[in-house]
Design a protein around this ligand. Structure first.
Ligand code: TTP
Ligand code: MN
Ligand code: MN
Ligand code: MN
Length: 371
């Protein structure tokens, strides 16, 4: 047994993509507090502050043991003054007063409820709050015009906000697999997002679709969606066609972090089939099905490795990969390609391992990208 009279001092590399972050978290109280403050910043549409808290939380998630004193954190990256104050509060009192009071604030609660509606972001929610709308009931009563996504989001609010289990994700996976191979034999479906990282629950299920012959995947999404619709699997869908080739910003430099693949944001109707039907509101009949958010993306095989890496997450891990590429390697990484700005050429890859190698990073498997 170790006997240390002084606390262990931790060391963590700067970028989350240089670290192995499993789902095992020895500092959950600290990271929950920081994540809540990150969420609040994002709900207030202050993404810079949100990222700062996310980075601080990610550093603590990577530690091999619980933090017991601030001195152990000396020299660690990404821990700003504000985050350190939160950490100190938790270490001294057992909880973060700022996180607790945020959690209980009416504004946070209203922003969270309203952005829980699929299709509603922080700006819309803030606008509604300024107009006296803080709850779903008030929104329904207000007669405010909702777009198609928001109407579906409101209608399926309970389902969309209930965590999706791995079993449900697998059931959806079989449906998607059947749909895809029915309309294009030989096409391949890969589970991405949090479930590929080994998470046991998720807020949605993400799939990447491709075909081993370049070009065969073109126009696939509308066919898949038609098939799913004809079988009654879709409660809502919005398909966006591929805009990669016509984009002016250049393949590896999308104007935003949004990629340009053919994609479909949807809400699936998943039959309870043997499982306990979800009990919704007390005055309602229990439904024999539940609503599940599903994201489908189609990639040509030549971009598949980049799309897979880009859609596996976590969001912070992705952000850190791009930051590493840009600042440390003078490269531009997207879900489509990797461009070397020094050599002025694209670096090809057919696997995630190759992309990490191009970036001069040790390979990190999906289960260790939970930053
Ligand atoms: P999410 O599904 O939002 O997140 P997640 O699967 O990690 O976690 P959760 O369990 O809450 O669903 O996003 C998955 C990945 O997809 C994430 O790394 C970011 C990426 N992504 C894009 O690349 N482009 C997009 O337009 C969107 C919405 C996501
Ligand atoms: Mn451990
Ligand atoms: Mn997801
Ligand atoms: Mn998603």
């Amino acid at each position: 047994a170790e006997c240390l009279n002084f606390a262990m001092v931790f060391s963590v590399p700067n970028y989350a993509c240089q670290r192995r972050t499993t789902l095992e978290n020895h500092n959950a109280v600290l990271t929950d507090a920081l994540s809540l403050l990150a969420e609040n910043a994002e709900l207030e549409d202050e993404d810079g502050r949100g990222v700062a808290f996310r980075r601080a939380a990610a550093v603590l998630k990577a530690l091999p043991k619980p933090v017991t004193s601030l001195t152990q954190l000396r020299g660690l990256p990404c821990l700003g003054e504000h985050s350190l104050r939160v950490i100190q509060d938790v270490l001294e009192t057992g909880s973060s007063s700022e996180a607790e009071s945020t959690k209980q604030s009416e504004r946070f609660k209203a922003l969270k409820v309203l952005t829980g509606i699929f299709g509603v972001g922080p700006k819309t929610a803030a606008w509604w709050i300024r107009h006296g709308i803080n709850t779903l009931h008030q929104l329904r009563a207000s007669g405010h015009t909702l777009n198609r996504a928001q109407q579906a989001g409101l209608e399926h609010y309970d389902g969309v906000n209930r965590p999706v289990t791995k079993a449900e994700a697998d059931a959806i996976g079989e449906i998607v697999e059947t749909a895809v191979t029915s309309v294009l034999p030989g096409a391949q479906v890969t589970l991405t997002g949090g479930f590929r990282r080994g998470k046991l629950t998720g807020h949605d299920v993400d799939f990447l679709i491709t075909h081993p012959e370049e070009g065969r995947e073109e126009g696939l999404m509308p066919k898949v969606v038609s098939w799913l619709e004809s079988q009654g699997f879709l409660l809502y869908q919005k398909t966006t066609r591929n805009s990669y080739l016509e984009s002016k910003d250049g393949p590896a430099r999308p104007a935003s972090n949004m990629d340009r693949f053919e994609r479909c944001f949807s809400i699936f109707k998943l039959d309870a089939c043997g499982r306990q039907p979800a009990l919704s509101q007390a005055d309602e009949e229990p439904k024999p099905w539940r609503a599940v958010r599903v994201d489908l993306v189609v990639s040509p095989i030549s971009q598949f490795a980049f799309a897979l890496l880009g859609w596996t997450g976590s969001k912070l891990f992705e952000r850190e990969l791009r930051r590493w590429a840009g600042y440390e390697k003078t490269m531009s990484l997207s879900s489509h390609a990797l461009y070397d700005n020094k050599q002025s050429r694209y670096l090809k890859a057919t696997s995630e391992e190759e992309i990490f190698a191009h970036l001069g990073l040790e390979y990190v498997p999906p289960s260790e990208r939970n930053a």
